[in-house]
Design a protein around this ligand. Structure first.
Ligand code: SF4
Ligand code: SF4
Length: 437
């Protein structure tokens, strides 16, 4: 069951002190007081170690990321949290801990524990001001920022994840910039919210058009002006776009060039990452809610010779997605090199079946791709600056870009398809030359 796993999303409780409108744990009241027991945690770790040993001796050197998640993981008693981590560290030499928290329940005692165990928590927030956080709680902003300062006092940094919704979309760039300042970061991840409770798209989801005009274009314009990329998903999209345009490397899961858990045709859910719930249920990835039986790989104690049972269940999900990719003709879509292909878990939670949300996923990526393609030379210049690739001005409208060592060779066939791009040889070195049209 855990043979191929390198990340466990550990829902130590699905209970939470907040009731966010878009949370993917449904009906939290039914989980009031739920906490994972040490006995169950011990069984999980022992099972993980056994499955890894069965797989290959090398796998024992693979780092396991154990992410305390929920619900709200800080509801777990701090002594219990220490007990969990000490046991895991004793059994798994290569382990790192993480935590995703709403940061409303932080004490000095917990800050010391986070510092000691090297945890830089991820926090979910919808913006720097309470008015942006009304889908979470009215009081949250002040509490969060007080707790950010508290953690900083103990040398603990944390990274916010902004959830883009109807209430914060119109000032999302300002929001990102204020958050960067507060948290002392260079960039922030801003995920769009998918409303999983109703097929009514009006609340609190944003549309593809809003994402383009309010997020994508402002972030790209800022890149052009200041040579910085402040949002992580768009940074990833630009990386994929330029990787394909320069090196011919595409977003193909068969090729070993994709990183991360999502953003590929067949995501890591159920294979490299799994979710383990407080009652011992093992599901594909933390975005699934245990109410969806389709995502359940089994329980910690379930017999699973060679992992075949859980691999089979995870493969079933991916086969359903493959059907949708085929139906949408993703293999010939112009946006396929930047596309995220949408999340299986969210689409299923919303519609009770597998689908790629054309009006959101396709509309957003197709528009973004068209813009990147039409403005590729100017964006490349700014992107090269942001990535600190040496750019040399040859003429008012001509520049060259030198790719630092470690990149694949420039793909001339691919480059010749981009307007104004060519490969020139200077002092025996291939450089990319761009004529701004
Ligand atoms: S795409 Fe969705 S289901 Fe797959 S790993 Fe990412 S969050 Fe999980
Ligand atoms: S934009 Fe839509 S059709 Fe194109 S690759 Fe993405 S999911 Fe497939």
């Amino acid at each position: 069951m855990f043979e191929n796993v390198h990340e466990i999303i550990l829902k130590v409780t699905r209970d939470c002190n907040l009731r966010c409108a878009y949370c993917y744990v449904r009906n939290k009241d039914r989980y009031r007081g739920e906490r994972m027991s040490f006995a169950l945690f011990k069984r999980l770790i022992d099972r993980y170690v056994l499955d890894q040993q069965k797989n290959s001796p090398d796998r024992q050197k693979q780092t396991l990321s154990l992410i305390f998640h929920g619900g709200e993981p800080t509801l777990l008693d701090t002594h219990e949290l220490i007990r969990f981590m000490n046991y895991a560290r004793r059994k798994i030499p290569y382990i790192q801990f993480g935590m995703q928290t709403n940061l409303t329940n932080i004490s000095a005692e917990l800050a010391i524990i986070l510092q000691k165990y090297g945890i830089s928590p991820g926090i979910s927030a919808d913006g720097w001001h309470s008015r942006f956080n009304q889908l979470r709680t009215r009081r949250q902003s002040k509490t969060i920022f007080r707790n950010v300062r508290l953690l900083k006092q103990y040398g603990v940094n944390c990274a916010p994840l902004i959830i883009i919704n109807k209430l914060n979309i119109r000032s999302i760039l300002t929001n990102i910039q204020r958050m960067l300042k507060i948290f002392g970061l260079q960039d922030i991840k801003a995920n769009y919210v998918e409303n999983i409770y109703t097929s009514d798209p009006a609340y609190p989801e944003v549309s593809a058009d809003e994402l383009i005009t309010q997020l994508f274009l402002p972030v790209i314009n800022q890149l052009k002006k200041k040579q910085v990329i402040v949002e992580t998903n768009i940074a990833g999209m630009l990386d994929r776009f330029f990787q394909t345009s320069l090196f011919g490397v595409n977003n193909d899961p068969d090729k070993d060039n994709v990183s991360g858990n999502c953003y590929m045709k067949f995501c890591a859910g159920g294979n490299n990452i799994v979710e383990v719930d407080a009652d011992g249920a093992v599901c594909s990835c933390g975005r699934w809610d245990a109410v969806h039986e389709v995502c359940q790989l089994g329980f910690i104690n379930t017999a699973d010779p060679w992992g075949l049972r859980s691999y089979g269940k995870a493969a079933c999900l991916q086969i359903q997605k493959a059907r949708q990719l085929r139906k949408k003709h993703c293999d010939i879509c112009p946006a396929q090199n930047i596309c995220s292909y949408g999340c299986l878990a969210f689409a299923y939670a919303k519609y009770k079946d597998f689908r790629i949300r054309e009006e959101l996923v396709c509309a957003y990526h197709l528009k973004a791709k068209k813009y990147l393609q039409e403005n590729s030379s100017l964006i490349l210049k700014a992107y090269a600056g942001a990535r600190q690739w040496p750019v040399r001005k040859i003429h008012k409208k001509i520049f060259t870009v030198e790719l630092p060592a470690g990149f694949p060779p420039l793909n001339e066939a691919q480059i010749s398809q981009m307007p104004g791009w060519s490969v020139v040889n200077v002092d025996g070195q291939n450089l990319l030359q761009v004529i701004l049209c």
